[in-house]
Structures are given as C-alpha cells and as structure tokens.
Design a protein around this ligand. Structure first.
Ligand code: DNO
Length: 351
C-alpha cells in the first residue's frame, strides 16, 4: 500500500511541505488545473509539477483527474478529437513517470452534496447529502455551484448540455464509455499507465442525469468492457458506500483479488435514511463503514496500489476547501497507516 494525499497545487491552502510531515506519506495526487477540459496538458507544465512534488520529497505517480470531455460522454461526432487529446495526455504523463490516472464518467456533475458545512455536535463541519434538499434543487436555476463541479459552464451552456443528455439513457452512456475505453486502454497499456475510473458519487442518477458506475453489478460490467488490468478502478469507499445496496468489504475483496483496484479512496460515511448521508471521520465507529475490515480485505489480497485518505471534516478551526483540509485527512492517514502496520506485523508473526 502506498500512502498518498491529494494536493491542489500552489493555490491549495494545504502546503505540500505539511503533507510531507505526515509520517509514512509516499506520494502526492494532483493534476494540472488551468487547462480547459479536453485540451492537452503540455509536457513542460507536467514536468514542472513533477519537479515541485519531488522537491518536497514525495513521488509524482498518480493524477486525479484527467477529466473526460462532455462530448465523449455524450458520444458526439466531435468526440474523436477529444479522445486523441486524451491519448496524448496519457503519453505525456507517462513520460513524467505517472503510473495511475484517475477519471470519472459522470455526466455534467462530479461529486454532489446538499451542504458543505453542516455542523456536527462536536463543532466540526462535514459535507452532507440530504435527499429532501437535493430534490428541491434545480442546477439550471439560481447560482447553485459546488466545488466538484466544472464552473466554466454558463447557465445557458448548462441548459444546452441538459437538453443533449435528455436524449441519452444509461445504455447510451455505456456505449459511449465502451467506445472511449476501447480507444484509450491500448494506449494506457503501451505506456504502462493504469486507468482507474472513479465511481459515481452518489451512486445513483441525479437531476435526471444517468449514472452507471454505481453498483457491483455495474462495476463487473465495466471491467468486462475491456478485460485488461489497465482498465481498472479508483475504489472510493465513501462514494460506493453511500448506497446501502453496496457491500463495500465484499467488493474491495473481489476487485483487489483480481488486481483491478489501482487506487483507493478511503473515507467513512454515515447513512442517515433512504438516499441521505453525512460524511464522517475515518474511524470506523463514526460512520457506517468498517474501515478495519476494508483494510483487512486489501491486506489479504496484498494490495500494493495507491491509497489516499479521502474527504475529512473541518476541525480545530481550520478553514479551506470543503473536504480537503489538512487536519482531519492527516488523522485519517495515520489511522489507515496504523491499521496497515498492525496487519503487516500480525501477518509476519503468523508466518
Ligand atoms: C471528490 C473526488 C472526485 C474525483 C473525481 C475523479 O472528492 O474524489 O472529485 O476526483 O470524480 O475524476
């Protein structure tokens, strides 16, 4: 297991030097943020980023994300140009030694929550998703915008994209994903870069838009679209775990034993009624997931991919990017590292 941490570059209130101070931290997960979705990242900008990460004493192995242009998801005739650019990005990142690329195939919106700063009893704040609040939201009206969303769309553009998606159902989205994978996975393999799709968060359709990377059945289908280890997963425990229909420990066991998990996002989530959830501290009893059992499943399958603590609460007066403060993610990292160290020791004692 290679412990890593997401860093948003120089604009991140969390300094890379602070990340390095977390014991056993191995690598940084980052991206080039100032290039519009669908365009090619220059080799120079990638190399500069690599240098900055390595200067801080960390590895530059994982990119999260190289976003997929909406025309690819929609299957428009313009997709081929964007797919060519995507291949170029894989090649350029491989030149810098990148080993894993995380991406997602969620129409229009990435992760979605109804509130980013819900105060818990202990005074910490967390991201929450309350179904009744989401049901009242209309992304086409008002100034609704969340940090995971691509804010470059105007309301008119958004209307236009929604209109195009109204002609697309889940099966079309599967076809468009398959088309994309058949193009890019051979390039990823030739460049020894593992592609790792991030599941949909939350794992069900939102705002009438289809979502498909949601359940065990669908992930099985996804892996078969191109049955090659370069076509793999970012297994996000919190995203998939927001649906009570997903047995997270079983899924981690299954996909890690098959060598299809290249990147783990580990966080806890507390299910609070049908279709609603609150994010929680990593510690198992704080949420609905058993983090120890998840780590045990990875350990028994000799997981040697990358793992990062995922969203944390805001604690100790920290302010910053919702979900991506330093303190609670660092606590999560140490909790995970502690479980792993214990499992390593126990397995050596048994031998
Ligand atoms: C949320 C993240 C996601 C993830 C993308 C991958 O915190 O896990 O935004 O980066 O879905 O493309």
């Amino acid at each position: 297991m290679k412990l890593s941490f997401r860093w948003y570059g120089e604009d991140d209130p969390v300094k890379i030097e602070y990340i390095k101070q977390i014991p056993s931290m191995y690598s940084i997960v980052t991206a080039i943020y100032d290039v519009p979705v669908g365009e090619v990242w220059s080799v120079d900008s990638i190399m500069d980023l690599k240098e900055r990460v390595e200067e801080a004493g960390l590895k530059f192995d994982v990119i999260e994300s190289v976003p997929v242009h909406e025309d690819i998801k929609l299957g428009l005739s313009t997709r081929n140009g964007y797919i060519e650019n995507y291949k170029k990005n894989i090649e350029n990142l491989a030149k810098a030694g990148v080993k894993v690329i995380c991406y997602n195939f969620m129409p229009v919106f990435d992760w979605t929550r109804s509130q980013l700063d819900k105060t818990l009893e202990d005074g910490s704040t967390v991201l929450v998703y309350y179904k009744e609040q989401i049901d009242k939201m209309d992304p086409l009206k008002g100034e609704l915008s969340l940090p995971g969303w691509d804010s470059s769309y105007t309301k008119d553009e958004l209307k236009d994209i929604f209109e195009q998606y109204s002609k697309i159902d889940e099966e079309d989205l599967w076809d468009n994903l398959e088309y994309f994978l058949k193009e890019i996975i051979p390039v990823a393999e030739a460049n020894d870069v593992k592609m790792a799709i991030h599941p949909d968060d939350p794992p069900w359709p939102i705002f009438g838009l289809p979502r498909i990377i949601t359940t065990e059945e669908n992930i099985d289908r996804f892996l078969k679209l191109v049955d090659n280890k370069y076509n793999g997963l970012t297994f996000c425990t919190g995203s998939l775990g927001s649906g009570n229909f997903n047995d997270i420990v079983k899924m981690v066991d299954k996909y890690s034993s098959r060598g299809r998990i290249h990147f783990m996002h580990v966080r806890n989530v507390k299910l609070v009624g049908e279709g609603s959830f609150e994010e929680a501290a990593h510690y198992s009893s704080e949420g609905s997931l058993d983090i120890v059992e998840i780590m045990k499943a990875l350990h028994r399958n000799k997981f040697d991919g990358y793992l990062r603590p995922d969203h944390g609460r805001m604690i100790w007066g920290e302010t910053g990017r919702p979900g991506y403060g330093l303190y609670d993610r660092a606590l999560g990292a140490m909790y995970i590292a502690g479980i792993w160290e214990t499992l390593e020791k126990i397995s050596k004692e048994v031998e």
